[in-house]
Every structure is written in structure tokens, then in C-alpha cells.
Design a protein around this ligand. Structure first.
Ligand SMILES: CCCCCCCCCCCCCCCCCCCCCC(=O)SCCNC(=O)CCNC(=O)[C@H](O)C(C)(C)COP(=O)(O)OP(=O)(O)OC[C@H]1O[C@@H](n2cnc3c(N)ncnc32)[C@H](O)[C@@H]1OP(=O)(O)O
Ligand SMILES: Cc1cc2nc3c(=O)[nH]c(=O)nc-3n(C[C@H](O)[C@H](O)[C@H](O)COP(=O)(O)OP(=O)(O)OC[C@H]3O[C@@H](n4cnc5c(N)ncnc54)[C@H](O)[C@@H]3O)c2cc1C
Length: 710
């Protein structure tokens, strides 16, 4: 893009950015090498002819959209396969994949093959025996077969143990008979199931000799490999139009006594022997492994979606001018309104927080799955609990903030050509899929309550739950970043101990444990949220500190400002909770601590971090209580506003550093050149209604109606 074609406001913004955006891109990509690899991949994919739509998808019919997305999927995956490097380690693959969203340039509403890669292949890997893996992986990776993950049914999504699809073992023929006993047992939702996949992993209840042995995965062929017709005993179809995911070809599936060979049960964890003997796995929850994997990668996916939305909204806010607060002066860029900065800068910080947490969580996932391979299940509960906190929090925050980005673009944000509505549609789907958020928070609460019970009995708490054993009664509010993170931990401890007390009270009053749990469930989800927030905040801070040491001082400063903004924002959002985190500390001690902190803040502020004004007042204070006060809140508010001001000159640089090509942003408002009005008009002209000056309905309906002849 030649500089003279770039909107002048954006040029100015880029000129005043005081850090090296390329260095930040490398930081987000986890190294220069990965930036290069990602860009090469994008370049290769995006130069394939026919991958990008000439006609916007929204003007196509439902059927055309599907057919177009299949056409593109074939081109897309062919290109990706041609680039695959078998020698690459999983670590390298992850780092590239975590920031590779070239898919979204090609599929605005996702691909019908997405489940093949994100769940079908991972399930074969995680649930198949070595022999099964050798056979099925080869076919799946070469795309000789296309698969999906069929778990959810019309009647049950959340409650996996309630799934009704039956897989009954017939020892005479050594076959499994798949059957859907009721409409509610029809599989409903799996991506690509309707017309795309010819195989799928079906999660079904295993029966042997009339006895149920729980839910297990079965590899089932659903369509003929030649004709693609559904096989006998299989009913297939599409579930219809949705808020988003309209090119994913989500389907339904019913079985009428459909037979498959015994070895189609994926038997890494549990087995059915030829004679019908059932061999249970070491932990029935290992069957849920693919879901844990996807919950982990969703955190990263939310970072990408949010980064995309905020890139669009910040660039647009830099070129959009509106209102005239000062007479005789030009209308300001809307990015100069502090309310606008409040809407947007937290989204930048949250993307950073999610990228960093996602990579951290992935490393835990990877280490736990390696332990599982060696038969060590010790850390599985903690991984499950973490995924059950971070998947919901990242999807809740991303969804809320993407919608804020849309609103921050005013009327134009409502246009599909802005690509904010579709991004919201994709993000909000993740609120529900892979475990509905409330349900997952309650799962995490179950682990937290259990851990607390163990702690009370003197058992040590491990890993990310270790802090729960800390004694919260000695903390003093100091307003520092570390202090606030500590407060979030204390809040989690307080909420957890309180809910355990409440549960006991409910049970004492005669409620069953289940009813007590339900009655306390609003507080239980709050406990998980508090724990999840403590994890998000502390991992973001500690990992940034760790990695920032190797960065240039200007970038380090910016990254720490973002951490500071994130922590301050959440302290203010949760200011009521902050009251929970501190206990009275009388007299001298409280004020001495305060003074020390005020001094350290003043020193820090001298380096230009934030305005010193906010903290000097604290030094002079004499108070009897160390709990957060009105004054502390005012200080936080001032600091927050100072941070917005400090970040403002770098705002465009910060979003440029996400390094999304225009094809990936796919937005009239967010393109690099900032020519939003020209692009809005170009997009408007693509409306089929603009192809003719007068639409036939004028003569057919309007005119007779207006002349009173209808
Ligand atoms: C090279 C690598 C590169 C990688 C990088 C690649 C990057 C690429 C990036 C690309 C971006 C793409 C983004 C993704 C797109 C994906 C699209 C997906 C589309 C959507 C697909 C779907 O949507 S697919 C269906 C998902 N459907 C659910 O998600 C059901 C939720 N429902 C449950 O999950 C269970 O129903 C629920 C509630 C737990 C209760 O299960 P339940 O009733 O059986 O169990 P209970 O509650 O009784 O709990 C009994 C005990 O089990 C423990 N436990 C429970 N679960 C456990 C577990 N998983 N692990 C361990 N332990 C577990 C628990 O902690 C208890 O432990 P304890 O007894 O000690 O307390
Ligand atoms: C876009 C999209 C793609 C999907 N793709 C797939 C796929 O490829 N394969 C597949 O198998 N599935 C897929 N699903 C299904 C998805 O996994 C389920 O919809 C999800 O797990 C939620 O289950 P549910 O629909 O049964 O919700 P429900 O459990 O019925 O939730 C309804 C409400 O009840 C509440 N609730 C339910 N149980 C409890 C409880 N125990 N305690 C408190 N509250 C409760 C929930 O919080 C929610 O508010 C997809 C879904 C979507 C939206």
C-alpha cells in the first residue's frame, strides 16, 4: 500500500507510535521465526486464485453458501497440505497455528471441514489404539475420508451421561449395533455432518449383554465412499439456518440398527473383547479428552477474534471524526473521546492476556497429556478445572468486547461489510459449544470445593490452586499491580470459603447435597469466575514480566502499561469484590504500608509510567482501616484514565502489531489504509439491488398499490 493512499489520520497515528510494531508482532507470534512462517503461509494461501469471494457471501442463498464453501475448502486444504512440514515439532506447529487465522479470510462463517481438523482427527489421536491410529490417521490426514465429532443430541448436549444413542455389542457377529431409540437421541449439531462428512466419531452408550458400560467413541461410516449416499440405516440432514456458522453444515444423524465391526470402537481407554468382556479404562473421563483439547485452544481462538475486532474498531476510530466540542476547531477523531478509549483499549489488553494465557495453558495441556500417556493421571483434574474456568471467561469477555467494538463503530459497525457482526456470531457460539459456560464454571467450582475440602483436612493444594491455602487475613490494600492480583486471589479464597459454608448451611437445613448445590450455584459460578480471573491476571502479569526482559525498553513499557490497564480495569469492574479482599488493620501499620507503596509508586511514576498525582495523596493518609476505601477507588479511577491517555498515542500501533492482512480482517472499516468511506460505498455497490435502477416490484406491487389498484 503506497503511503499517499493511506488516510492522513492513520498516517499521523503511525508516525507518533513510539515503539517498534514489528517487535510486538514478533512477541505475539512467539519469535521472529514464527512471524516469518505465518506470513509465508498467509502469502501462499492468499495468492491462490478463487479462495476469496468476489460476491459477498451474505448475498448468496443458503445452498450457494454451502456449495461455495465446499469449493473453497478443497482449494484451501489442498494448499495447506502442500505446505505441510512433517518434521515440524508439535511445539512449532502450535506456535504457528495459534496466530494463523488465514482461514477466516477464506471462510467468513467457518468451513464445513472445521470439525475434521479440530475434533475428528484429535479424537482418533486421543482415543484410538496404536493400530487404529495408524489406519485412520493416514486416511483422515490425507483426506481420503472426511469426518466430524457427533456427540450432542436433540435431547442432551451438556449432560453427556444422558446421551441416548445405543451401541449394543453382538458377540455372535462381533459387531456393534448403533441405534437411535427416540427423536431426542438423534445427533444434532455436529459440523459438516449434514452433507460433507462420510465418517464420524459417534459418542454412544455401550451395552453388552443388556448392561450399560457408559459413553464411548465409535468410528462410524455414514456415507458411501463412492456415491456419498447415506448408508442403509442412517438418517442424515442439515439442522437449518443459525445466528452464525451458516457454512459449517451442522447436521442431524439417526441410526436404525446400523451395524459396524467391533474394532470400530476407539479402544485406547476402554475395550470390548471378542467374547463381549468389557475392559474399563483407568478413568472414564479420559473419553472426554477431545473436549479438553478444544477448550484449551478456544482461549487462543478468542484472542484472535478479539484482536481482529479491535483492530477494525481502533483504525476506524482513528479516521472517524464526529462532533465539535471546541468551537472553531476541527471535529476530533472519535478515538480522542475517552469513553471510546475505555471501550477499546481493554480489548487490546484482553487479547494480549488471552494470547499469553492460551500459550501457558497449552503448555500445561501438553505436559498433562504426556503424563497421561505414561499412565499418570494426577494432574488431569487440575487441567480440567483450568480449562473449565478459562474457556468460559475468555468467551464471555471476547463476546462482550467484540460487541463493544461493534457499538464503538456506530451505525457503520452494524454493516456486515464491517465484519464485526459475523465475528460476534462466531465468538458467541463458543459461549455455548464445547461445554456451555455456566455448566463449565460449575464443573470448575466442583473441583475448587473439593480442593478446599482437602485443604481443610490438611491435604496440600497443588499448582494453580496452591494459593488457596494462603491465609488472607494479613493483606493490606496498596493499589499496586501485584497487590491487586493478590486481592483477586484473596477474593477467590473468600468466595470459596464462604460458599463452602453456605453449602453446609443449606445441607444442615435439610436440603440434599444436590439441592444445596443448586441453591448455591449462583455463588459457585462466582467462585470459579474469581479463581479464573486470578489466574488470567497473574499469568498475564508474570509471563509478560518474564518475556519482557528481553524486549526493547519502549516495547517493554507499552506491554507493562497494557498489563496495568488490564489489572486496573478489572479492579474497577470488580470493585465490590475488592471490598471482600481486605481486613481491618489498625493505626500505624496500615499507614506505614500505604506510605511505602506510595513512595514506590512515585518512583515508578517518575519513569513516566503514570501520573504521580494519584498516589501522592495516599502517602499523607492516616486511616484506621486498610480495606479499600472510596479514596482508593478514586485513585484507581484516576490511574485508569491516566493509562488510557498514556496508551492513546500508541493505539493504532498496538493494533497494527496484530498484523492482520486486509483479507483476514475482511472489513470495510478496518483496512490498513483507512479508506472506510470509499470501501463502504464499494461494498454497497455489490448489493444485487444496486444492479438495476428500478426493481421489478415497483411495477408489480408498489405502483398499483400507490395508485389504489391493489
Ligand atoms: C499440533 C497441535 C496444534 C494445536 C493448535 C491448534 C490451534 C488451531 C486453532 C483453531 C481454532 C479453532 C477453535 C476451535 C473450534 C472448534 C469447533 C468446535 C465446535 C463445537 C464442538 C462441540 O461442541 S462438541 C460437544 C461438546 N460438548 C460438551 O462440551 C458437553 C459438556 N459436558 C461435559 O463436558 C460433561 O457432561 C460435564 C459437564 C463435564 C459433566 O460430566 P459428567 O456428568 O460425566 O461428570 P460429573 O459432573 O459427574 O463429574 C465427575 C467427575 O469427572 C470429572 N470430569 C468431568 N469432566 C472431565 C474431563 N473432561 N476431564 C477430567 N475430569 C473430568 C469431574 O471433575 C468430576 O470429578 P470428581 O468426581 O473428582 O469431582
Ligand atoms: C455453533 C455450534 C456448534 C456446535 N458443534 C457441535 C459439534 O460439532 N458436535 C457436537 O457434538 N456438538 C456441537 N454443538 C453442541 C454444543 O456442544 C452444545 O450445544 C453445548 O454443549 C450445550 O449443550 P445444550 O445445547 O444441551 O445446552 P443445555 O444444557 O440445554 O443448556 C441450556 C441452559 O441450561 C443450563 N444448564 C444445563 N445444565 C445445567 C446444569 N447442570 N446446571 C446449571 N445450568 C444448566 C445452561 O447453563 C443453559 O443456560 C455445537 C453447538 C453450537 C452452538
Amino acid at each position: 500500500m503506497s503511503a499517499n493512499k493511506v488516510n492522513v489520520d492513520l498516517q499521523r497515528e503511525r508516525a507518533k507510535c513510539d515503539f517498534n510494531t514489528e517487535e510486538l508482532t514478533n512477541f505475539l507470534d512467539w519469535g521472529v521465526k514464527y512471524t516469518e512462517k505465518r506470513r509465508n503461509l498467509e502469502q501462499k494461501v492468499l495468492s491462490v486464485k478463487g479462495l476469496l469471494d468476489d460476491t459477498p457471501e451474505e448475498y448468496m442463498s443458503h445452498k450457494e453458501k454451502y456449495e461455495n464453501s465446499i469449493r473453497k475448502s478443497v482449494l484451501f486444504y489442498k494448499t495447506l497440505h502442500s505446505m505441510e512440514d512433517e518434521n515440524m515439532s508439535i511445539d512449532e506447529k502450535t506456535r504457528i497455528n495459534f496466530r494463523n487465522i488465514v482461514t477466516s479470510a477464506v471462510f467468513k462463517d467457518n468451513s464445513p471441514l472445521m470439525l475434521h481438523n479440530s475434533m475428528f482427527i484429535p479424537t482418533i489421536m486421543g482415543q484410538g489404539t496404536d493400530e487404529q491410529k495408524a489406519y485412520w490417521m493416514k486416511r483422515a490426514k490425507n483426506m481420503e475420508i472426511i469426518g466430524t465429532y457427533a456427540q450432542t443430541e436433540l435431547g442432551h448436549g451438556t449432560f453427556i451421561r444422558g446421551l441416548e444413542t445405543q451401541a449394543t455389542y453382538d458377540p455372535d457377529t462381533e459387531e456393534l449395533v448403533l441405534h437411535s431409540p427416540a427423536l431426542s437421541s438423534y445427533k444434532w449439531w455436529p459440523g459438516g455432518l449434514a452433507h460433507t462428512a462420510n465418517y464420524c466419531v459417534v459418542m454412544a452408550r455401550l451395552y453388552i449383554k443388556g448392561k450399560s458400560h457408559g459413553i464411548h467413541p465409535f468410528m462410524v461410516q455414514i456415507r458411501d465412499e463412492e456415491t456419498h449416499m447415506p448408508l442403509p440405516g442412517i438418517k442424515l440432514g442439515e439442522i437449518g439456518a443459525k445466528l452464525g456458522f451458516n457454512t459449517v453444515n451442522n447436521g442431524f444423524l439417526g441410526f436404525e440398527n446400523h451395524r459396524i465391526p467391533r474394532d470400530r470402537m476407539l479402544m485406547k481407554n476402554a475395550q470390548v473383547l471378542k467374547d463381549g468382556t468389557f475392559v474399563a479404562g483407568s478413568n472414564s473421563k479420559l473419553t472426554y479428552g477431545t473436549m479438553v483439547f478444544v477448550r484449551v485452544i478456544i482461549v487462543n481462538s478468542m484472542a484472535n477474534m478479539l484482536a481482529k475486532a479491535v483492530t477494525i474498531a481502533v483504525r476506524y476510530s482513528a479516521i472517524r471524526r464526529q462532533s465539535q466540542p471546541k468551537p472553531n476547531e476541527p471535529e476530533p477523531q472519535i478515538l480522542d473521546y475517552v469513553t471510546q478509549q475505555h471501550k477499546l483499549f481493554i480489548a487490546i489488553a484482553s487479547s494480549h492476556a488471552f494470547y499469553i494465557n492460551a500459550m501457558w495453558l497449552w503448555e500445561i495441556y501438553y505436559s498433562v497429556t504426556s503424563q497421561l500417556a505414561g499412565g499418570n493421571l494426577d494432574n488431569l483434574p487440575e487441567l480440567h478445572a483450568l480449562a473449565c474456568c478459562l474457556k468460559p471467561l475468555s468467551t464471555i469477555d471476547a463476546t462482550t468486547m467484540i460487541e463493544k467494538c461493534r457499538l464503538a463503530c456506530g451505525g457503520h459497525g452494524y454493516m456486515l461489510s464491517a465484519n464485526l457482526a459475523q465475528t460476534y456470531g462466531l465468538a458467541t457460539a463458543a459461549y455455548t459449544y464445547e461445554g456451555e459456560n455456566t455448566v463449565l464454571l460449575l464443573q470448575a467450582a466442583r473441583s475448587l470445593v473439593k480442593a478446599w475440602g482437602g485443604h481443610v483436612k490438611g491435604q496440600p493444594l497443588k499448582g494453580t490452586m496452591a494459593y488457596l491455602a494462603e491465609n488472607p487475613t494479613v493483606k493490606v490494600w496498596d493499589g499496586s499491580v501485584d497487590g491487586i492480583i493478590q486481592s483477586f486471589k484473596v477474593v477467590a479464597i473468600r468466595k470459596l470459603s464462604s460458599v463452602v459454608k453456605i453449602l453446609k448451611e443449606y445441607e444442615k437445613s435439610g436440603l440434599s447435597p444436590e439441592d444445596a448445590w443448586n441453591k448455591a450455584s449462583v455463588f459457585l459460578t462466582a467462585v470459579s469466575e474469581a479463581h479464573g480471573r486470578a489466574v488470567l491476571l497473574s499469568v498475564y502479569k508474570s509471563e509478560t514480566d518474564k518475556r519482557a526482559a528481553a524486549l526493547s525498553p519502549p516495547l517493554r513499557k507499552v506491554l507493562l502499561q497494557m498489563v496495568d490497564l488490564y489489572v486496573t480495569y478489572w479492579a474497577l469492574e470488580k470493585v465490590g469484590d475488592m471490598l471482600l479482599s481486605y481486613v481491618p488493620v489498625v493505626g500505624k501499620r496500615a499507614s506505614t504500608v500505604r506510605r511505602q507503596f506510595a513512595l514506590s509508586w512515585a518512583l515508578r511514576l517518575d519513569s513516566g509510567h503514570v501520573s504521580p498525582i494519584a498516589f501522592m495523596s495516599a502517602a499523607a493518609e492516616r486511616r484506621q482501616y486498610a480495606s479499600i476505601t472510596e479514596r482508593d477507588v478514586e485513585e484507581l479511577q484516576r490511574r485508569y484514565i491516566e493509562l488510557l491517555a498514556a496508551i492513546r498515542p500508541n493505539a493504532v500501533g498496538l493494533v497494527d502489531a496484530f498484523d492482520f492482512r486486509d483479507e483476514i480482517l475482511n472489513s470495510a472499516l478496518g483496512a490498513y489504509d483507512g479508506r472506510a468511506y470509499e470501501r463502504l460505498m464499494e461494498e454497497a455497490m455489490k448489493s444485487p439491488l444496486n444492479a438495476e435502477p428500478v426493481n421489478q416490484t415497483f411495477h408489480k406491487y408498489l405502483k398499483p398499490f400507490m395508485r389504489g389498484k391493489l
